[in-house]
Design a protein around this ligand. Structure first.
Ligand code: AMP
Ligand code: ZN
Length: 115
């Protein structure tokens, strides 16, 4: 499946739902999180629908790598040297949109462990 009409992030990929686009490659789209938790809070998603990081790793490891590569480019372009990249997998971990997305969070100091 390439796109899922019922999936929020597929609809952002197709332009059906507007988003504040930060970067786009052939396989990855990056856009600002609608509810930012830090000065930089970007979501990076594969253009093709995929539910979570484990599925993406099994199906398209090169796209998984591309998510991190684009995240690193965005951080570098903003002069952010320390940042967090997070996949929430499953509802218990806080995943609320079941189209895999890498959170890029930075621009402030970040506490550990997360809540
Ligand atoms: P998660 O809880 O890991 O599934 O992350 C989902 C993220 O999507 C949250 O940080 C939300 O703020 C964000 N989000 C939800 N709807 C939108 C939207 N329309 N545009 C951008 N980000 C969104
Ligand atoms: Zn989707």
């Amino acid at each position: 499946m390439s796109q899922d009409a019922n999936c929020l992030f597929c609809r952002i990929v197709t332009g059906d739902i507007p988003a504040d686009i930060v970067a786009r490659t052939q396989t990855v789209l990056a856009f600002n999180d609608i509810d930012p938790q830090a000065p930089t809070h970007v979501l990076l998603v594969p253009i093709r629908h995929c539910a979570n990081a484990a599925e993406l790793a099994a199906q398209s490891p090169e796209v998984l790598a591309e998510l991190f590569s684009v995240a690193s480019d965005i951080a570098a372009s903003r002069g952010i040297t320390g940042y967090r990249t997070v996949f929430n997998t499953g509802a218990e971990a806080g995943q609320s949109v079941f189209h895999v997305h890498l959170h890029l969070i930075g621009g402030r100091s970040l506490a550990w462990p997360p809540g």
